[in-house]
Write a protein that binds this ligand. Sequence first.
Ligand code: IPE
Ligand code: IPE
Ligand code: MG
Length: 248
Amino acid sequence: MPKPNPASLPRHIAIIMDGNGRWAEQQGKPRIMGHRAGVESVQDIVRASRELGIGVLTLYAFSTENWKRPPLEVQALMGLLKAFLESELATMVHNNVSLRCLGQKDRIPPEVRKVMERVIRETAGNSGLILNLALSYGGRNEITQAAQAIARECRDGLLRPEAIDQAVLEQHLYTAGLPDPDLLIRTGGETRLSNFLLWQASYAELYFTETLWPDFRKQDLLHAILDFQKRQRRFGKTGEQAKQSSSH
Ligand code: IPE
Ligand code: IPE
Ligand code: MG
């Protein structure tokens, strides 16, 4: 397989890690076994992203809607998350990875939140890959929260309504200061966003694959990146204009 061109890698890759439940069902196992197997894909994809020199990797681990799942599945997912964070801390520190969390922190069970905050704290100074875990994350919730924060600043006289522009809104999102995703991957065959990065993904290149998340490995990531590198990003301009601006 050809190698991706290092000069035009996506700066930010976002992934909707879907298909764990179906992976398990196909093998006649309980759904939680699919989530467990999915952790190995997370480890592999984090490693591959780091080796490739990707700046930001955002993984959709749990949506605001996923709270509606059976309590036992939610509990098992939170347990896996805690175990993952505990076991990966040393590796992240060693590999210069910095962990961040996007989502409603206050809904995460306290014992998981504690570990999460510790990993965030201990990796905060790292300058390599930024790993964003989207946890209890919903794009609509994120934008609503931003609107509330902006309204409070206006009420308190810190901001004039006329000064609210796209940059101000961006500063109030969980991803403040980070580049927008260039490439958004969804595994598991569904072709929808499921409330993921609604604002940030407005010009992301979308890549859908039937591969279920527990089967998704470095080779599949490389495949998605190669596909991304074949596309022309026009951002509303004509193909001719886009060719000129990309050659500068
Ligand atoms: C993705 O896999 C993981 C989470 C949403 C937490 P699913 O659990 O949605 O797997 P399918 O879609 O049911 O196969
Ligand atoms: C999206 O997957 C959320 C995550 C991968 C964390 P879902 O499986 O929850 O999405 P829907 O319900 O099929 O849209
Ligand atoms: Mg799913």
